[in-house]
Design a binder for this molecule. Structure first.
Ligand code: 5GP
Ligand code: MN
Length: 318
């Protein structure tokens, strides 16, 4: 069983690092910090290496210990959480130089790039996989671990709203509430708080929002210049794709964000029932989940929009 092997590797390693995907969201950060604390419960140490850390998650236990880089270059064990491919893994040089690697993830598009892979696409959040791991390893669930876990579960289920939710989502949530996790506080921080920069970007996204294909597709964008104007920090673009998604009749929401140095746009797609946006993103070298996916596409706003619409139209017609 993979979980037994994972436990053995953790126990055997002298040096352990945890990595996650670039532009980390609440599930990426929550999984990284929860896993660090779980490893500590097993009386081992692990370093979390995340180059861009959104301010929203600074309240989480262990956030102050997160490293941008470390002295150790060849870890005995490197664990990747919430990340589908090696390419998307931030600081993946640590992964490539590790003696042993483990991948823990919930993306259907995961290509199993670790020595050991524990991937469950039926799980709505990577953090939810960690709860089942903690149970299996008989790790004592603390309030601190639970707070990190709850952050990932709330983020990736959109506050318990998305199709992927499972009975376990609510059972684990109830268990965490029982041990004292302040769920309303986590919920407010993740779902109910906007940074000022995010608010300013929201206004731009709304003013540029276009409805295409008889209102079935919503499209909007932000440029690097917009982010400079509002002093955007990492994570300030989170959730902007939902503005289009929440409009009545919209089946696919497209939000693109300029990556100036790469002459490209980072694409976020969200969909309602029936259109698998992960498959669309895979065509552009990206991936994700059937209803939430992303990719990096070269070109200017119009070119990227055209490339995407060509594929989306095919899906709508099929
Ligand atoms: P978001 O739109 O929030 O950035 O990403 C939505 C989902 O797609 C997330 O699960 C994210 O991990 C995944 N995703 C976003 N961009 C990429 C990408 O370039 N490659 C892959 N494989 N997955 C991506
Ligand atoms: Mn996730």
């Amino acid at each position: 069983m993979t979980l037994d092997e994972i436990l053995k590797e953790i126990k055997n390693a002298q040096t352990i690092a945890i990595l996650t995907h670039e532009s980390p969201d609440g599930d990426a950060i929550g999984s990284s910090l929860a896993l660090k604390l779980m490893i500590e419960e097993l009386e081992k140490e692990a370093e979390v290496i995340i180059p861009e850390f959104p301010r929203t998650f600074q309240f989480l236990p262990g956030a102050e210990q997160v490293k941008i880089d470390t002295e150790t270059k060849n870890y005995d064990l490197v664990i990747s959480v919430d990340c589908a491919t090696l390419k998307r893994l931030a600081k993946n040089e640590y992964f490539e130089n590790a003696k042993k690697t483990i991948v823990i993830d919930h993306h259907g598009s995961n290509n199993m790039y670790g020595d050991l892979n524990y991937v469950n696409p039926a799980s709505p959040a990577c953090c939810e996989i960690l709860v089942s791991m903690a149970e299996y390893f008989q790790i004592h669930m603390t309030k601190e671990i639970g707070t990190c876990i709850m952050t990932g579960m709330i983020t990736d289920t959109g506050g318990f709203r998305y199709m992927g939710i499972t009975p376990e989502t609510f059972e684990y949530t109830a268990d965490l509430l029982r041990i004292g996790v302040d769920i309303p506080d986590v919920y407010k921080r993740i779902m109910g708080t906007k940074t000022k920069a995010n608010f300013e970007l929201t206004k731009k996204v709304i003013s540029r929002l276009e409805m295409l294909e008889d209102g079935k597709v919503a499209f909007s964008y932000i440029n690097a210049q917009d982010e400079k104007e509002v002093n955007a920090e990492p994570g300030d673009h989170e959730g902007l794709v939902n503005i289009g998604k929440d409009i009545e009749g919209v089946l696919v929401s497209i939000f693109i964000r300029q990556k100036e140095e790469e002459n490209a746009y980072k694409v976020s797609l969200r969909s309602e029932d029936g259109i698998n946006v992960s498959d669309i993103c895979l065509l552009f070298g990206g991936g994700g989940h059937s209803r939430a996916a992303g990719a990096l596409i070269q070109g200017n706003v119009e070119e990227v929009k055209e490339k995407l619409m060509k594929e989306i139209k095919k899906w709508m017609e099929s």
